[in-house]
Design a protein around this ligand. Structure first.
Ligand code: SF4
Ligand code: SF4
Length: 365
């Protein structure tokens, strides 16, 4: 009981500090990470803030930013008779072109399996030596070290029917692309906790040094998010721009060098196509040439159109860049709902549209 009282006091102190520190002009802070978006809605944080502070969602949900082209490629792989396509659960429902998904393709006989970790995919390969098991690998710097470790294990165990289709993305180049876009206006970043636990703080320094915007690497509890916002406001009030760590219980300034070295051992940085946003230089990861015998993009003849656009009515791109809020999309809650998504932002629970639908705009439609 005493602890609850103390927590309530901390929260109300933080809210007061935020109100006292907020500038009088309107500002926009972007929470990059989908888990932050959900936490902000769940804890009603927007309602606690002064009106002039808007929180906008960013491109930090791996499901949302996987391109139509990559989904089409995964579907094409799952239709190959010798292939079992393996991926994380949310990816099954992301629409590719013509609103086809891995889940729908399964109804026509395509083979796909859901796993919780890449190691499960390796086990499926080891249990099905007559099939070729392709792991459709999506995610940010949090998952790529796990994929690297799984390839290492495949080598050690001599599993030779395991392949990886890498659709991995890197967060800092996406933030650079947003900041370089003239129609995107962001005054500060609530930076992702999990990604930063891997890469540390240095890859974000350009945000402060080149674009003079502050950023705070923030945890996911309500008090941590409020603290992160307060730390941003202090910097804005002082006309300062630094990258700071609120989430110091998990994130070290240097990140996790061992995990980073695993990424560097197995992957090369490449240009990548982000759903709704477009091509971003040096924002993806492909397997190194040395490991091309694991690379599904090289081993299989995948015949899909390149850079297929999203459904034209879907505004995922503007939502992911923080230009529009989900309810501003004409399809939100009408043609597009979590059980029948048109765009990727409605698929994952961490997608902006799904979070708005569940917590902010469920009455629409
Ligand atoms: S991978 Fe981690 S940091 Fe990135 S969106 Fe998901 S939860 Fe957030
Ligand atoms: S509501 Fe649906 S169609 Fe509109 S932007 Fe969101 S995901 Fe795309």
């Amino acid at each position: 009981m005493l602890r609850l009282e103390r927590f309530k006091n901390i929260m109300s102190d933080l809210v007061k500090l935020i109100h006292d520190t907020a500038p009088s002009k309107a500002i926009k802070l972007m929470e990059v990470c989908g888990t932050h978006t959900v936490s902000i809605f769940r804890h009603g944080i927007k309602a606690l803030l002064p009106k002039q502070i808007s929180l906008i969602s960013g491109p930090g949900c791996p499901v949302c930013v996987t391109s139509v082209n990559d989904i089409d490629a995964a579907i094409a792989l799952s239709k190959m008779p010798e292939v079992i396509l393996v991926t994380f659960g949310d990816m099954m429902h992301v629409p590719g072109s013509n609103r086809m998904s891995l889940h729908k393709a399964r109804a026509y006989g395509a083979r796909s399996e859901v796993v919780y970790s890449p190691r499960d995919a390796l086990q499926i390969a080891s249990d099905n030596s007559n099939s070729k098991v392709v792991f459709f690998a999506t995610g940010f710097e949090t998952t790529s070290p796990l994929i690297a470790a799984t390839i290492e294990e495949a080598i050690e165990r001599g599993v030779n029917n395991f392949y990886v289709y890498s659709a991995h993305k890197l967060v800092p180049p996406a933030l650079r692309a947003l900041l370089s876009s003239p129609d995107v206006k962001i005054d500060g970043f609530i930076l992702p906790g999990h990604v930063s636990a891997i890469i540390g703080k240095a890859p974000y320094e350009f945000i402060a040094s080149e674009f003079t915007k502050p950023g705070v690497i923030t945890g996911f509890n309500s008090d941590e998010i409020l603290m992160g916002i307060y730390m941003l406001l202090v910097q804005i009030a002082a006309n300062d721009a630094q990258i700071q760590i609120q989430y110091s219980k998990v994130v070290r300034p240097e990140g996790n060098p061992k995990a980073v070295s695993m990424i560097e051992k197995y992957f090369d940085v490449c240009d990548a196509y982000w759903r709704g946003i477009g091509a971003i230089p040096s924002s993806g990861l492909n397997l190194k040439e040395k490991y091309s015998h694991f690379d599904a993009k090289k081993i299989f003849q995948i015949d899909v159109k390149s850079d297929t656009a999203d459904s034209t009515a879907c505004m995922c791109g503007d939502v992911l860049r923080g230009i529009k809020t989900p309810p501003e999309c004409a399809l939100f809650g009408k043609g597009c709902k979590p059980e029948n998504p048109v765009g990727a932002c409605m698929v994952s629970a961490e997608g902006s549209c799904a979070a708005y639908y569940r917590y902010g705009g469920a009455t629409v439609g």
